[in-house]
Design a protein around this ligand. Structure first.
Ligand SMILES: [Zn+2]
Length: 336
């Protein structure tokens, strides 16, 4: 091989040498195009009723269902690390076909929000707005026969959003994929005096196999059927942009895509088309793949976590929901 190479007359076809800027760590840092900041990360938290209650979630390594007092302690830790916000999901004590507990002012989400407001942490409080954790059948809205009734679901989502705004949520995040849900929330919030509460819309949410571990965490697996009648077909990108367009028109302040790893093209397109902040949710299955491979020694956990989040931000997301928020915030501080 070496002999053959010695006989060849190879000249550099160009004087352009991109490697000049890769020569040492300082140069590489100087020309880095995408930087992560703990302030752009949002940590999902699962809250349950009670006090000093911590139930480890086996499918989400390192995460637990927490009672409001412990959720506050966790939020305090995250704020101390510089994490930008927390996204609350509630697991109620009792479920019914209409998911009434979603709007319970004494439920774990509202209770945690009130504690967060009192503590006045430098952290944005976001409340997920959906019915699937609260319905006995596990679907994201109320049923008419075996189908989810879109328009009958809207007032229930709006009621939950108003309850969270009243408890102190800075942002409500409707995730049910009902048509018109952003407009319904906006009008209900405004007419209830919560004009200042922002809406982060799960605008492009694909029906996805990557949500598996979350469903164990939130106890929200549908009792029958699937969610393909309301969540989007993952094959569709133009439809995703239409969903974002509609949510923007209805008053969404922030547009989110989910899952992140399968929506990088949509983030890039949306960044060109919309001026709202864009968010992406690195979902439970994305986390699980990294954790499982790292556990087997097949990949380096820290490298891959940072690489995946950097790619999501590079694609166009300014905000990322991630189960790695605390780890990343720690690593970024070490790196300073
Ligand atoms: Zn749902």
């Amino acid at each position: 091989m070496r002999e053959l190479a010695n006989r060849l007359d190879v000249t550099l076809p160009t004087e352009r040498r991109p490697r000049r800027l890769r020569a040492n760590p300082a140069l590489r840092r100087l020309v880095r195009e995408t930087r992560l900041d703990a302030g752009q990360l949002i940590a999902p938290l699962f809250v349950v009723s009670g006090r000093e209650r911590r139930e480890p979630i086996s499918s989400l390594k390192g995460h637990s269902r927490l009672s409001p007092d412990l959720a506050l302690a966790e939020a305090r830790r995250l704020a101390g690390l510089g994490v930008g916000g927390v996204l609350l999901f509630g697991i109620p004590d009792a479920k019914d076909p209409e998911g009434n507990a979603a709007a319970d002012p004494d439920g774990p989400v509202a209770g945690t929000l009130r504690l967060l407001r009192e503590a006045a942490l430098p952290l944005v409080s976001v409340a997920d707005v959906c019915l699937c954790e609260y319905t006995s059948h596990g679907h994201c809205g109320v049923l008419k026969g075996e189908a989810v009734d879109n328009d009958a679901t809207l007032p229930l989502l709006a009621g939950a959003a108003v309850a969270y705004a009243e408890a102190g949520a800075d942002v409500v995040a409707p995730s049910a994929m009902m048509d018109g849900q952003v407009g319904a929330l906006r009008s209900a919030l405004d007419s209830s005096g919560y004009q200042a509460t922002a809406i982060m819309a799960y605008a492009s949410k694909h029906a996805s196999g990557f949500y598996g571990p979350f469903r164990e965490a939130a106890g929200s697996t549908p009792g029958f059927g699937d969610r393909k009648g309301y969540q989007m077909d993952s094959a569709n990108g133009r439809e995703a942009l239409l969903e974002m367009e509609l949510d923007a028109e209805e008053g969404a302040d922030i547009l989110m895509v989910k899952p992140a790893i399968t929506s990088l093209d949509l983030l890039a397109l949306a960044r060109q088309r919309f001026d709202q902040p864009l968010a992406a949710y690195q979902v439970s299955g994305e986390m699980a793949m990294i954790e499982a491979a790292a556990e087997r020694g097949w990949i380096d956990r820290r490298t891959v976590v940072l690489e995946s989040l950097t790619a999501i931000v590079r694609a166009g997301a300014g905000i990322v929901m991630t189960y790695f928020a605390a780890d990343v915030a720690n690593w970024l501080t070490e790196g300073r």
